[in-house]
Design a protein around this ligand. Structure first.
Ligand SMILES: *Cc1c(COP(=O)(O)O)cnc(C)c1O
Length: 373
């Protein structure tokens, strides 16, 4: 991965000077600092970062500088990355399925908290005396881009049993959930927090901490995310559910933290009347668009810097590989008059883009250019 930098404020100027033929991610650290501060000042508890959304080392470094000291990690590789940047970071190992070898490695890394959603995985952990165990549960709530409950999470009844068992074995009982990624609906958190309180009561356990997950939305299409509205709903729901003895709160945003700090610049390779062929697509930096649908925040950069034409025309967008599935899930309204060699800027693309880009067919966005003031 390159560590190019530009002191120029605008990706447009860099593109005009460099005319790159490969896809370029522009990373804006100031934007990331602002989002981190929004979470740190607005969220009523500890803010951790879910590394899988974007594990780029510079992203982790900026978050550490801003005061994020705990990270949600899912693999030994993510633990190593975080330790590289912040040797004494607290690691929350919130992937509830782990091999025995991974458990041994995680112990070497000094993991501070583990999540569990089934008895067999709790057993695998062996002696948990004094160790924080967050029981992950799921509810059939809507609001997210897709259902996160199909893989992980105990049904409430099992969560009661797990929580009681954690306490019995001398662990530190906590709970966690994930409302689903790109969740605009604050009610999803309200439902989950209410149910967490019920589960803790049924298990006769005082929770040390309640982790309200990731899921915080990004600005993908028209709708602006309302983080403050979600924070307020969380505060209200905790008061309602837990009264005077609330657990400490934790959140673990991935998408909501990093989406806005990356812009992806792609070049037009060729055009037909109906379609454009770009130098990257769903096998590269736009990987998750296959599942989430086509985003809408796309601008045109022409080498001449002409004014963008107001008129937009729907076009099919193909990526660079020879696979016929390599196209965006729906047409993109692109400025009329787009030409070969022009660039398209895809805004708000920092989450699950670089992290998921493959090198299929010798393509796939990898290069990151950091914008400095
Ligand atoms: C992926 C993940 C997150 C981050 O989810 P976002 O929707 O990107 O905020 C948080 N916690 C866990 C356990 C995850 O697996």
């Amino acid at each position: 991965m390159g560590r190019l930098e530009t002191i120029l404020e605008s990706p447009q100027i860099w593109l005009r000077n460099e005319r790159p033929d490969e896809p370029i991610f522009f990373f804006n650290p100031e934007q990331l600092r602002a989002t981190a501060q929004h979470f740190l000042s607005g969220f009523p508890g500890e803010v951790t970062y879910a590394v899988k959304a974007n594990p780029h080392i510079d992203v982790l470094a900026v978050l550490a500088e801003e005061g994020v000291t705990a990270f949600d990690v899912a693999s030994p590789d993510e633990m190593m990355r975080v330790r590289q940047v912040l040797p004494n970071a607290r690691l929350h190992y919130h992937n509830p399925i782990r091999s025995r070898d991974e458990i041994a490695l995680a112990r070497l890394y000094g993991v501070a908290s583990w999540s569990v959603d089934r008895m067999s995985e709790l057993d695998k952990l062996g002696d948990i005396t004094g160790v924080e165990i967050a029981v992950r549960f799921k509810l059939p709530v809507a609001g997210a881009a897709y259902d996160f409950g199909t893989k992980f999470g105990a049904e409430p009844e099992l969560a009661v049993a797990l929580l009681a068992e954690v306490a019995k074995r001398g662990g530190v009982p906590s709970m966690t959930f994930h409302p689903g990624t790109q969740c605009h609906d604050a009610q999803a958190w309200v439902s989950y927090i209410g149910k967490a309180a019920e589960i803790a009561r049924a298990a006769r356990v005082q929770l040390r901490r309640l982790n309200v997950g990731g899921g915080f939305p990004a600005h993908r299409c028209d709708r602006m995310p309302d983080l403050d509205g979600i924070f307020a709903a969380i505060i209200g729901a905790v008061k309602n559910g837990f009264g005077d003895a609330p657990p400490k709160l934790v959140c673990e945003p991935g998408r909501g933290m990093v989406s806005e700090c990356f812009t992806l610049a792609l070049r037009v390779k060729a055009l037909t009347d109906e379609a454009v062929f770009l130098n990257d697509g769903i096998y590269g930096g736009l990987n998750e668009w296959r599942d989430l649908g086509t985003g809408e925040r796309v601008d045109l950069v022409t080498p001449e810097f002409g004014k963008q034409p107001d008129k937009r025309v729907d076009r099919i967008v193909f990526g660079p590989t020879c696979d016929s599935l390599d196209r965006l899930p729906s047409p993109l309204p692109l400025p009329d008059g787009i030409a070969e060699g022009d660039y398209l800027l895809f805004h708000g693309i920092g989450a699950y883009s670089l992290a998921q880009a493959t090198r299929f067919n010798g393509y796939g966005a990898q290069e990151v250019v950091t914008l400095r003031r």
